[in-house]
Design a protein around this ligand. Structure first.
Ligand code: IPM
Ligand code: MG
Length: 368
């Protein structure tokens, strides 16, 4: 049998430097655990635009469709701010999500004990936090039609459309209930049913899926604004949160800060199962391309490395190896290693991207 295949799209800004550390982790698994992957690399975002005039070529799109999993770094940067909307770096990422039909975006927010004091919230509130936001990723206001900037009388009007079909809500709700069964068995669904019809339908469908097929899972509903407040007030009340594309975008950035740094959080975007039974999948850190620190070797590679851990778990049935990698990250944090984004305490010297990678590899070696 051939090795499982991975397509690496490092992208822009800090993407390439954090991905270099992930490549070393991938090689470690090949050498030390005999888990070999066929790795190929290609361009996305601004990097693809610079070479091809488009943030994602059809060839790269076809490769992404053919592999077992895609690993993405980050896209975007100020250099591309004035490009036409249709070729902005972000469009490359959105095309991947849409055409691979990656409707279920898992964004865990887990607080490592060593970082609990680093959160802007009190230790009590965040220590031991372990929640997952399941964000719908292929529909809603990100993709709804009509959209555009139109002329209306003597002024312009900007339009985006929030649109959800029952089947789109149904499938993401199922993925949240399935996930909850493997965790704390609790789902909170968030929308704005008080002001949006799409929210009313969302609530109805989630409730129906629950009553028919997941009555054993505890389900609650919350307006998304109240949900944002509750996330800051007492996040440990949640287990799995399921929400739409835009609310999920906002709530997951907020949840990320509970854990201390955006530089820590991985994500998995999953679609329907392929012929081999694996879900179509793309893994990427929640953080962006951080152009302000790009190329300086100080970015935190942990979110991207933990994204590979999610790939091991969700695409390659290697839950134990994923845990090994997560434990290695936990160990280096407990040992006091901090990249610049995690420096709050006085007297702590930050380590570089490479040094953090070295330490994680050493912790992996120790785990054998
Ligand atoms: C995210 C990002 C993206 C989004 C951007 C880069 C298109 O903010 O993945 O959260 O808005 O979905
Ligand atoms: Mg976002």
């Amino acid at each position: 049998m051939s090795n499982p295949s991975l397509l690496i799209l490092a992208g822009d800004g800090i993407g390439p430097e954090v991905m270099t550390e992930v490549r070393r982790v991938i090689d470690w698994y090949g050498d030390k655990r005999d888990l070999k992957f066929d790795v190929s690399e290609d361009l996305v975002g601004g990097a693809a635009y610079d070479k091809h005039g488009t943030p994602l070529t059809d060839e790269t799109m076809a490769k992404a469709q053919a592999v077992d999993a895609v690993l993405l770094g980050a896209v975007g940067g100020p250099k591309y701010d004035n490009l036409d909307f249709s070729v902005k770096p972000e469009r490359g990422l959105l095309r991947l999500r849409k055409e691979m039909d990656l409707f279920s975006n898992l964004r865990p927010a887990q607080c490592f004990d060593a970082l609990a004091d680093f959160s802007s919230l009190k230790r009590d509130v965040v220590a031991g936090l372990d929640i997952v936001i399941v964000r719908e990723l292929t529909s809603g206001i990100y993709f709804g039609e009509p959209r555009g900037i139109f002329k209306e009388g003597n002024e312009r009007v900007g339009i985006n459309t929030q649109r959800y079909t029952e089947s789109e809500i149904d499938r993401v709700a199922r993925s949240a209930f399935e996930l909850a069964r493997k965790r704390g068995n609790k789902v909170c669904s968030m929308e704005k049913a008080n002001v949006m019809e799409s929210g009313i339908l969302w609530r109805e469908v989630v409730q129906k899926v629950h009553d028919e097929d997941y009555p054993d899972v505890e389900l609650s509903h919350m307006y998304a604004d109240a949900g944002a407040m509750q996330l800051c007030r007492w996040p440990k009340q949640f287990d799995v949160i399921v929400t739409d594309n835009l609310f999920g975008d906002l709530l997951s950035d907020a949840a990320a800060m509970l854990t201390g740094s955006l530089g820590m959080l991985p994500s998995a975007s999953l679609g329907a199962p392929m012929a081999n039974g694996r879900p179509k999948a793309l893994y990427e850190p929640v953080h962006g391309s951080a152009p302000d620190i790009a190329g300086q070797g100080k970015a935190n590679p942990i979110a991207c490395i933990l994204s590979f851990a999610m790939a091991l778990r969700y695409s390659f049935d290697q839950g134990d190896e994923a845990t090994r990698l997560e434990n290695a990250v936990e160990k280096v944090l407990a040992d006091g290693l901090r990249t610049a984004d995690l420096i709050g305490e006085e007297g702590v010297q930050p380590v570089s991207t490479r040094e953090m990678g070295d330490a994680i590899l050493a912790a992996l070696d120790e785990s054998l």
